[in-house]
Write a protein that binds this ligand. Structure first.
Ligand code: G6Q
Length: 533
């Protein structure tokens, strides 16, 4: 991060003590000036603790980090994922272009569209009932087995786009190696009408392979070995491992090492979603992503949604010391969106060394959390309103509901608007007194306000607006990674988890093995060994 600009920023924040009441009072056009639109979304960022000079300094940070050039490096396939020596090309997955990008000898767009065509053909077969199970029945259940990036995207998106899905096919997502996840899912499906999609970039992930093997055995027990080819397909970059598992590579949908797991929903990892919503809606989803990609790549930073949201996030993390931000979708279909963003943001920017390998001396990726409104209002909003921490929040809402029952939607959105207003402007002691609040209760009923929010509003949750929303956050995270000078596209912490458990697994299954961990871990393993079945 450019230290000089960051220090000036900190100086400004300390000297000014901005309040949203003053900022709005001093400029009647504030909301108009601080509202920008792109790809079906309107971002109103006026309820942020930012004035023009602060915004200028934030934009300077972007300039100093050479952000424009960094964006181009990503879009054109440079190996910006340096610790894994890979390009980062998830934006190529949603480009309508079919040629014109050759990276490391690969005709990227051509390959992307080839796989999209293969996915589309397969989805058509499953949706139309032409793809039959081993006993001649059509598929009614799709079980995606994957974890992390091979699960969170499709699981979240399936829920988000349920109104667009074929309701006669139900999708399930099994990720946890806890057998309960698979067992409870298998209770809800019938073997001869189930398609298992084994989704794993590496095809070596312990959780996924364990669930996949157990699912395979379950199916073979019911329908015989020959049924596997009608009931199992794979999504992976690793053809050899797919074949070794016993899935015909003809039933495999590929993607590439330049697609990071948490960015992989628009790749073949989205196969379950495409089966659910159909190829045309999947295409609309991709076009929404692409609209935001184009906006991000071309719009001036001052009007660039991902850039503005990234800069404001940096203001709160580094200027105000905020540890977290909340994502509050006022739409039940987006219930899993905060969980999805947790991986996208925290796995990408949960880093503490800069790009030259030196420890950073500033805060990087924040904690992301949230729940759909209005549920959160009856739970944790209290702390946002009256607690001691600064928690910036993104409010995400839609003008029209897919379920226009009575006045539900107006009520939902009345809460949506009321909350950002109350968070910004609070309620003063004078207002309380004017309302007749007894003096001894005034301190408790006073709301300081000055809690910053972004409001993101679209007409309707459609595949297109939804794709644009995901891309918006992807690019926000990218910008922050650049400004913090960290690598956002590796995840060595996850890799560590993948190897750590291996040693202990052996010790759990062989009680004769000596334990040489610390005294705490040794005692806990011994306790488990003594009580396990
Ligand atoms: C995502 C991470 C991680 C990954 C899972 C699953 O960016 O790399 O969440 O997606 O560990 O990996 P596989 O797809 O290889 O099974």
């Amino acid at each position: 991060m450019d230290i000089d600009t960051a220090e000036r920023l900190a100086g400004q924040i300390e000297s000014k003590e901005l309040t949203l009441r003053d900022l709005f009072a001093s400029d009647p056009k504030r909301a108009e000036k601080m509202t920008v639109s792109a790809a079906g979304w309107t971002l109103d960022y006026s309820k942020n603790l930012v004035d023009e000079p602060t915004l200028k300094l934030l934009l300077k940070l972007a300039e100093k980090a050479d952000l424009k050039a960094e964006i181009e490096r990503m879009f054109t396939g440079e190996h910006i994922n340096r610790t894994e020596n890979r390009a980062v090309l998830h934006t190529a997955l949603r480009s309508a272009k079919t040629s014109g990008l050759v990276v490391d000898g690969q005709d990227v767009y051509a390959d992307v569209h080839k796989v999209l065509g293969q996915m589309g053909d397969f989805s058509d077969l499953v949706r139309s009932g032409k793809w039959k199970g081993a006993t001649g029945k059509r598929i009614k259940y799709v079980v995606n087995i994957g974890i992390g990036g091979s699960d969170l995207g499709p699981a979240m998106a399936y829920q988000a786009l349920l109104p667009y899905s074929k309701r006669s096919i139900r999708c399930f997502f099994v990720s946890n190696v806890d057998a309960t996840h698979l067992a409870e899912t298998l209770l809800q499906v019938k073997a001869d009408q189930t398609l298992f999609i084994i989704a794993s970039k590496t095809f070596t992930t312990q959780e996924t392979m364990t669930n996949a093997r157990t699912a395979r055995a379950w199916l073979v027990e019911r329908l015989g070995e020959a049924a596997v080819s009608r009931h199992f397909v794979a999504v992976s970059t690793n053809t050899a491992k797919v074949a070794e598992f016993g899935i015909d590579p003809a039933n495999m949908f590929v993607f590439w090492d330049w697609v990071g797991g948490r960015y992989s929903l628009p790749s073949a990892i989205g196969l379950s979603l495409m089966i659910a919503i159909g190829r045309a809606n999947f295409k609309r989803l991709l076009s929404g992503y692409e609209a935001m990609d184009k906006h991000f790549r071309t719009a001036a930073f001052r009007r660039n949604l991902p850039v503005l949201m990234a800069l404001l996030g940096i203001l709160y993390s580094n200027g105000y010391g905020a540890d977290s931000y909340a994502v509050l979708p006022y739409d039940q279909y987006l219930a899993r969106f905060p969980a999805y963003l947790q991986q996208l943001d925290m796995e990408s920017n949960g880093k503490s060394v800069d790009r030259s390998g030196e420890p950073v001396d500033y805060m990087t990726g924040p904690i992301v959390w949230g729940e759909p409104g209005t549920n959160g209002q009856h739970a944790f909003y209290q702390l946002i309103h009256q607690g001691t921490r600064l928690i910036p929040a993104d409010f995400i809402g839609f003008c029209r509901s897919h379920n226009p029952l009575g006045d539900h939607h107006d009520k939902l959105m009345a809460n949506f608007f009321a909350q950002t207003e109350a968070l910004a402007f609070g309620k003063t002691a004078e207002q309380c007194r004017a309302e007749g609040v007894p003096e001894e209760l005034v301190p408790f009923k006073t709301f300081e306000g000055n809690h910053p929010t972004n409001t993101l509003l679209a007409d309707e949750l459609t595949p297109k607006t939804f794709g644009a929303l995901i891309a918006l956050y992807e690019h926000k995270v990218f910008v922050q990674g650049i400004l913090w000078d960290i690598f956002s596209f590796d995840q060595w912490g996850v890799e560590l988890g993948k190897v750590l458990a291996g040693k202990i697994l052996k010790e759990l299954s062989d009680p004769a093995l000596p334990l040489d961990h610390d005294s705490s871990t040794n005692a806990l393993i011994a306790r488990y060994r003594a009580a396990k079945r």
